[in-house]
Design a protein around this ligand. Structure first.
Ligand SMILES: Nc1nc2c(c(=O)[nH]1)N[C@H]1C(S)=C(S)[C@@H](COP(=O)(O)O)O[C@H]1N2
Ligand SMILES: [Mo]
Length: 510
């Protein structure tokens, strides 16, 4: 009896290990990829109407809790059985775990936004569960099935310690990770329910016909799901807008505090701005263009009254990041520096700063684009520095004028004839004056620019190239409206942004 109970206990602990691991991994994948709720949801979706009705009749609004209790009991019973069977007829216990994990993976994959990645939490959970089960049963065997009389006491203690430590760890991790996943799910629901106000000053309407019709070129407006994400946050901060506040502090006449509802009630401005990361390599993808909805930061600074000795705003978020932005840029009436709440018509996605972030045309993200921003401290460059400055990056980070070839892809083989060489070029807040393309050692040829949105956004460009058979090298360079033409001198991203021409090689077939 003691043998059976101990084996059953190991089975239950291994199920707990599955759950704990899966929940913990789900924290990094997606809160909805946790098998716990996916299985419950699938059960609800599959349950016939009569069963749903009798559940509601029996348990009323407690029907969901009842469902989880029932699921919990089923899992505990099968987990105990897995323990007993793994001791008697290995690997039957492992088989039960794997079958349950397979059901959970199917359940997770039926969720609306599921991706293949969402199988990870359950699969890693299953591996952890199998390891715990096998090693638990092995220790149990050493104690009970093949006792070495001189060591029985020690082996018993070893087994109990193993069961206790593994069980307690799994329980703590499972509860902690579940709580995190639940709070993520809660903020996701709050965000989805928000209806942003219409802008008092809308961005000009974008005529889709003005975009270049070239397969593979970057879309003029980058969809939110494709927008690059860079931050030092190990976990995406989950901020309930009701609890969020921005404080303007430091060298001001009066401190200003503003909440989310108050912010949404202000006359909001919509502005299309291209933002870029200083770490972007030449030809890289750490750049995107979006329509931002927000309130001008200069108005907030004016409310607070900036003292004349100040020249920098040190903004910070809950992940420990901070950015030092010149007040000159933030207060400039001709530059739409926004405290943004919306991105491409939606509340900011959580990974892009929900509920509010800064967007400043013309400055790299690390000195301006603080996400989840909660404080703007008015100060001086002589007295404070942003997160990346002591880590080897310039204190000032104007975006470097750059251009990128989107098509053809480097290394691609294309058919001879007319080939569209196309991409994007950017010099935010300066504007692109022209783009030139060079094939092999030929002359620089002017590319055609699509009408841009404003000097704050990137522009699409294309050159129709009569391609002859063979291998070719293609380079691009942009000239901005200040008259600067991109240098061919290659510099790495640190300390102030990569330079050099994006260059690709293609083979043209005959
Ligand atoms: N809170 C916070 N904000 C941040 C960062 C960060 O690490 N933490 N990174 C910055 C950097 S380096 C860049 S390039 C932009 C990227 O914004 P995105 O992830 O929305 O594209 O966010 C900026 N804002
Ligand atoms: Mo960045």
């Amino acid at each position: 009896m003691r043998k059976q109970l101990s084996a059953a206990l190991i089975g239950v602990i291994s199920a707990l290990a599955v759950l704990a691991t899966a929940e913990a991994v789900a924290v990094f994948v997606s809160s909805s990829s946790s098998p716990f709720f996916a299985v419950g949801q699938l059960a609800i979706d599959l349950a016939p109407a009569w069963l749903k009705e009798s559940m509601i009749a029996l348990f009323g609004t407690g029907d969901k809790i009842a469902l989880f209790v029932i699921l919990g009991v089923v899992v505990v019973v099968f987990a105990a059985l897995a323990g007993v069977l793994e001791r008697r007829r290995p690997p039957l216990g492992v088989v039960i775990l794997v079958v349950f994990a397979a059901i959970a993976v199917i359940a997770v994959q039926t969720r609306p936004e599921a991706s293949a990645l969402w199988a990870f939490p359950t699969v890693l959970g299953m591996i952890a569960g199998v390891l715990v089960l096998r090693s638990g049963i092995r220790r149990l065997g050493a104690w009970i099935d093949a006792p070495d009389a001189s060591r029985t006491g020690m082996q018993r203690r070893q087994f109990l310690t193993y069961a206790g430590v593994t069980g307690a760890t799994a329980l703590i991790v499972a509860i902690g990770a579940r709580a995190m996943n639940a709070s993520t799910a809660a903020v996701t629901a709050i965000r989805q329910a928000i209806a942003l106000p219409a802008p008092a000053t809308p961005a000009p309407a974008i005529d889709p016909a003005t975009s270049l019709d070239v397969e593979g070129i970057s879309a003029l407006i980058t969809p939110n799901e494709q927008f690059y994400r860079i931050d030092v946050a190990l976990q995406v901060p989950q901020i309930n807008p009701d609890d969020w506040q921005l404080k303007i502090t430091g060298l001001v006449d009066t401190e200003v505090t503003i909440g989310y509802a108050e912010l949404l009630a202000l006359p909001l401005v919509e502005h299309v701005t291209t933002i870029a990361c200083v770490s972007n390599e030449v030809g890289g993808g750490l750049i995107g263009n979006a329509t931002w909805l927000g309130y001008p930061i200069r108005e907030l600074l004016a409310r607070a009254g900036v003292q004349s000795s100040a020249d920098m705003v040190l903004s910070s978020g809950p992940d420990g990041f901070s950015a030092g932005t010149p007040i000159e840029a933030l207060a400039d009436p001709n530059r739409q520096a926004l405290l943004a709440v919306g991105m491409n018509g939606e509340p900011l996605p959580t990974e892009h700063g929900f509920p509010a972030r800064m967007i400043v045309p013309g400055l790299f993200g690390y000195v301006s684009a603080t996400k989840w921003v909660t404080e703007m401290k008015v100060t001086r460059f002589a007295d404070a520095e942003g997160y990346w400055t002591p880590r080897g990056w310039d204190a000032l980070g104007p975006v470097v004028t750059q251009s990128r070839i989107d098509v053809p892809l480097s290394g691609q083989t294309v058919a001879s004839g007319t080939v569209a060489i196309a991409g994007v070029a950017w010099a935010p807040h300066t504007g692109i004056a022209g783009v030139e393309v060079r094939v092999d050692d030929g002359a620089w040829q002017k590319a055609t620019l699509a009408p841009g949105i404003s000097d704050d956004t990137w522009v699409q460009w294309v050159l129709q190239w009569p391609a002859s058979a063979g291998a070719h090298t293609i380079a691009v360079r942009a000239t901005d409206k200040s008259g600067y033409t991109q240098t061919d001198r290659q510099a790495p991203p640190a300390p102030s942004g990569a330079t050099g021409w994006d260059t690709i090689t293609v083979t043209v077939g005959s």
